[in-house]
Design a protein around this ligand. Structure first.
Ligand code: NAP
Ligand code: MG
Length: 410
């Protein structure tokens, strides 16, 4: 038995299709878990690598602009081409990362959170609630300038003002032999928009906000991050946080890491670019699997883009194209869709859409908790006679059965 009437999605969701194994699963998720229940006309953009190449990557820009128009997008994983991919797909050029392009247009911050299920325990025993990570995605070492120093000489840091005057000059090192030299930067405006996004997300999700940098050593660079966060807190959040019982705390990054290890979770951990890159992978694996992490890009203007944290699962795709069965986990993709639907429902004030999204998440979680899971999870799940490793499509079918029974019960 199925509910007869489909739930209508009032405003379009921007749907961005992708590559390889995630593209295959994307189709299955839509066909088996969404279209039977939802009357939706997503605005579809094919970000598959071939189509990006055909459109000279214009499709990526169009998709980002569409998110600005409609407010909510959901994205499949996509290939960021390298030399090998240029050959494999016979590309016109090595196109930039679509995520980078979209992020630059929306000026957003990426937040990641694990999907928790009862039968997969995090490696850190005290973690009871999810730890969310907000990664500042601009500057630092990702936009550096580096020099390989081959012999004796002076390394300097120089700033030449557009207003004229003497350049500001600092000696970094008087080299007596070979070495290395690096220059990095950041921009107040970008740090401000990162801090706004973090406070907004933490408040929205009812999470404490923890932030740490190395400001004792880096008294100008890292200290500027701290100052901007403090200002944002004092100006816009202190009262709201206190009223809701939420805390904002800044500590030295070392202390933050130590506190995270002892905490029970339920916090948003704001990270500088490099810290976020490293720590989100640590959190992902500590919670069980890369395929159990969701990701959302939140723009300071209130646009949202949901996706899975993992890539296109290339190795599985090559098996798939050879006709072999794979056991690829679609949890993060399902949660990406559920996240987008929930946000769409909240914005449109359509509670039936929010309820459906909640049921979809619950169906996926219950399927795993009933012991039906893909190979990556079987390896880390609590042993049980009910545990059964299933193939990619079987898992989605099992979620579909669970969803039907939830909707029927509800
Ligand atoms: P990946 O797709 O994340 O996969 C790395 C490995 O992690 C897989 O080989 C698999 O391990 C495991 N894994 C990841 N997701 C899984 C899932 N859903 N179910 C089961 N196992 C999963 O990273 P990659 O292979 O390094 O990158 C492939 C492509 O993805 C690259 O072209 C890269 O550009 C792209 N990428 C895109 C995004 C994005 O669009 N957001 C992010 C990262 C990478 P086993 O092989 O051991 O089973
Ligand atoms: Mg990383």
């Amino acid at each position: 038995m199925m509910p007869v009437k489909k739930i209508r999605i009032k405003t379009p969701i921007v749907e961005m299709d992708g590559d390889e194994m995630t593209r295959i699963m994307w189709g299955m998720v839509k066909e088996k878990l969404l279209l039977p229940y939802l009357d939706m006309k997503p605005e579809y953009y094919d970000l598959g690598l071939k189509h990006r190449d055909e459109t000279d990557d214009k499709v990526t820009v169009d998709a980002a602009e569409a998110i600005k128009k409609h407010g909510v997008g959901v994205k499949c994983a996509t290939i960021t081409p390298n030399k090998e991919r240029v050959r494999e797909y016979n590309l016109k050029q090595e196109w930039k990362s679509p995520n980078g392009t979209i992020r630059a247009i929306l000026d957003g911050t990426v937040f990641r959170a694990p999907i928790l299920v009862k039968n997969i325990l995090p490696s850190v025993k005290t973690w009871k609630k999810p730890i969310h990570i907000g990664r500042h995605a601009y500057g630092d070492v990702y936009r550096n300038a580096e020099i390989r120093v081959l012999g004796p000489g002076k390394g300097e840091l120089v700033f030449t003002s557009k207003k004229g005057g003497e350049p500001v000059k600092l000696t970094i090192q008087e080299f007596e032999g070979p070495g290395i030299l690096q220059g990095i930067h950041n921009i107040d405006e970008s740090i401000q928009s990162f801090s706004k996004a973090c406070f907004t997300y933490a408040y929205d999700m009812k999470l404490h906000l923890w932030f740490g940098t190395k400001d004792t050593i880096s008294k100008t660079y890292d200290a500027q991050f701290r100052r901007i966060f403090d200002e944002e807190y004092k100006m816009n959040w202190e009262q709201k946080f206190k009223e809701t019982g939420l805390e904002y705390s800044f500590t030295l990054i070392d202390d933050t890491v130590a506190r995270i290890m002892r905490s029970e979770g339920g916090v948003l951990w704001a990270c500088k670019n490099y810290d976020g890159d490293v720590m989100s992978d640590m959190l992902g694996s500590a919670y069980g699997s890369l395929a159990m992490m969701t990701s959302v890009l939140v723009s300071p203007n209130g646009f949202y883009e949901f996706e899975a944290s993992h890539g296109t699962v290339q190795r599985h795709y090559y098996k798939y194209t050879k006709g072999e069965k794979t056991s690829t986990n679609s949890m993060a993709l399902i949660f990406a869709w559920a996240g987008a639907l929930k946000k769409r429902g909240e914005m449109d004030k359509t509670t039936d859409v929010v309820d459906f999204a909640t049921n979809l998440e619950q169906a996926a979680v219950e399927t795993v908790e009933n012991g039906i899971m893909t190979a990556d999870l079987i390896r880390v799940a609590e042993p049980s006679p009910n545990n059964r490793a299933v193939y990619t499509e079987e898992f989605i079918d099992a979620v579909s059965e669970q969803l039907k029974s939830l909707l029927w019960r509800g």
